[in-house]
Design a binder for this molecule. Structure first.
Ligand code: DP6
Length: 342
């Protein structure tokens, strides 16, 4: 017979950025991080996993193309899930039933891969979630998703999610936890401005490695800036304080990109369009005498704006005025409006 499971997983966008590992093997971060999980109706990953005694070997397809199963991160996730299933075999017989079978994995993104749009986060979250379901493993498996891609552990939960640093040597306590569900702040909106849908120049794994090796700023950030920021951000979320939320979001994005510039040789993820958007947001906020929109950028030039529901039409109009969808390539100037999970 064949057992089969399909899951979808959402994208998350960090407001306190993860940048730097203290353990490459286990994917343990040098600082905690915090993100907002987007709703799945526009950006998500979809994965089907199947197990059968007839399968001769594990196989994986990503967006229709077969991938090597030897990829270390994939091996890690598969291995960890099978290890957990073996451990739980005596508790739940079904967990053990499939242990002898090989698996076939089919994964798809409905948005550009590696464009700095957290596709690996949704992808690995989805993979681990569907494998856990296939092997009847319940409970938190964010520590396994973390080993696929650090930021993936935060996509295991909806709403506002933090990834704790953890203290244990094996990383078992470096996990994702929900700070508040999406319904906690229903007016919050996320706007994704696709500046460039191409592949990023320097991948985050490699980029943060070089940063940790060469930047003094990133060490200062992890030790002296993020710990208190993480607390302030959590508080701002609990109080639905958009002013504090927005200010910390922009400052943390800027500091993350400053550590990239402090990397040697330097890494540039923002392009001219990204910088124009940053200026535009500050001008817009200054005009209103308060923060109405907050930008954040990951390892690529695409802008993500956090704002409140009532301001969406105005901000969209502003973006479309300064960056008309038809001025160049349509695919490069499209705006996607993601909403938090409700
Ligand atoms: C800038 O999770 O992609 O998006 O753990 O090496 O797979 P690996 O890195 P990844 O890094 C994400 C970095 C970021 C910030 C964030 O999402 O917190």
């Amino acid at each position: 017979g064949i057992s089969q499971v399909t899951c979808t997983a959402p994208v998350n966008i960090a407001v306190i950025k993860y940048w730097g590992k203290r353990d490459e093997q286990l994917v343990l971060p040098i600082n905690p991080s915090l993100s907002v999980t987007l709703s799945q109706d526009q950006l998500c990953a979809r994965t089907t996993v199947a197990a059968s005694a007839d399968f001769k070997r594990d196989r994986v397809w990503l967006n229709g193309q077969e991938q090597s199963v030897d990829a270390p991160r994939l091996q890690k996730c598969l291995g960890e899930i099978r290890r957990l299933a073996r451990k739980r075999k005596h508790k739940d017989e079904r967990a053990g039933d499939l242990l002898g079978s090989c698996v076939h994995v089919c994964s798809e993104n409905n948005f550009p891969t590696a464009a700095g749009l957290a596709s690996s986060a949704a992808g690995y979250a989805c993979l681990v979630q569907s494998l856990a379901k296939l092997f009847h493993i319940d409970g938190d498996v964010s520590h396994i998703a973390r080993q696929g891609s650090g930021s993936a552990c935060r996509s295991m939960y909806g709403g506002f999610v933090e990834w704790t640093m953890g203290r244990l040597e094996d990383g078992a306590d470096s996990v994702a936890k929900q700070v508040a569900p999406a319904e906690h702040w229903p007016e919050l909106r996320v706007l994704v401005a696709v500046v460039n849908a191409g592949k990023k120049a320097v991948g985050s794994t490699e980029g943060m490695q070089t940063t940790v090796k060469t930047s003094a700023l990133v060490k200062y950030r992890a030790e002296h800036v993020v710990p208190s920021r993480q607390e302030d951000m959590r508080q701002a979320i609990l109080e639905r304080d958009f002013q504090t939320f927005g200010e910390i979001t922009m400052k943390d994005s800027n500091q993350f990109h400053a550590t990239c510039l402090d990397t040697y040789p330097p890494i540039f993820y923002l392009n001219e369009t990204s910088k124009h958007i940053i200026h535009l947001v500050h001008r817009y906020n200054r005009h209103h005498g308060k923060i109405k929109a907050a930008y954040t950028f990951d390892a690529g030039p695409n802008a993500v704006l956090y704002l409140l529901q009532d301001d969406v039409p105005e901000v969209l109009a502003l973006l479309r005025h300064f960056f008309p969808p038809s001025s160049t390539n349509n695919s490069e100037r499209e705006f996607v409006q993601g909403l938090p999970d409700a």
